[in-house]
Design a protein around this ligand. Structure first.
Ligand code: CA
Ligand code: CA
Ligand code: CA
Length: 215
């Protein structure tokens, strides 16, 4: 077969196309705008879910670290809150300098911030922060409320609560009030986004039994 014959047997080129018509262009632009509009909103929601998940994981780590801290003491007790921003507890000879403040993240060997770059808050019951150690029968005095007037109680007699202000950066309801012993898990307000963890007395005490720190 000659070179010329080879050339002639190759398939004919497809007919040459012109550019997009205006109508085609308009359809494409319309589809692109639909896609972008449909993608941007879920992306924002995905980002929020990611930050919430990250903060929840940090709170779970804090929970474990607090139990570890208590188990490392000869007589188990919880750290006091940090009152001056250095990440270390503020303790006086008679107890905690204050019962609610920043998480003493440095004492716990943890990061100090939630996913939005704000410090975690921490509240402890005085009886559990006593450096003489807590006992089998020790109970806390903190409670978690499920509604604004706390007629719905979600958890009671807690040794500690740790919380994040959430995406909006503000503590809501009873989480904003450092003078009472109540905390809010949720409320009717659509802006409520605080994230909380706590440890029930019985869980903390059973951990100390397993660790051989009690009775
Ligand atoms: Ca401090
Ligand atoms: Ca909030
Ligand atoms: Ca409160």
């Amino acid at each position: 077969m000659s070179h010329a014959q080879k050339e002639s047997s190759s398939p004919p080129l497809s007919p040459k196309r012109g550019g997009f018509t205006l109508i085609e262009l308009a359809v494409v632009l319309f589809l692109v705008s639909l896609l972008l509009g449909g993608l941007l909103l879920p992306l924002a929601a995905q980002q929020d879910a990611k930050m919430n998940g990250e903060t929840r994981r940090s709170l779970e780590e804090i929970r474990e670290a607090l139990m570890g801290y208590a188990a490392m003491q000869a007589k188990p007790f919880l750290p006091c809150p940090d009152a001056d921003g250095d990440g270390k507890e503020n303790r006086t000879p008679v107890g905690c300098a204050q019962l609610e403040g920043d998480l003493p993240w440095r004492d716990l060997g943890l990061g100090q911030q939630d996913a939005w770059g704000r410090r975690f808050r921490y509240r402890v019951s005085a009886a559990f922060a006593d450096s003489q150690g807590f006992q089998l029968a020790t109970t806390g005095d903190l409670r978690i409320c499920g509604n604004t007037d706390c007629t719905l109680i979600i958890a009671d007699k807690l040794p500690l609560v740790v919380f994040s202000a959430g995406k909006n950066g503000a503590f809501e309801e009873k989480n904003a009030d450092a003078n009472d012993k109540d905390f809010s898990l949720r409320d009717a307000s659509i802006d409520f986004d605080d994230l909380l963890v706590w440890i029930p007395s019985a869980v903390l005490i059973s951990r100390m039994l397993v660790a051989g720190r009690l009775p």
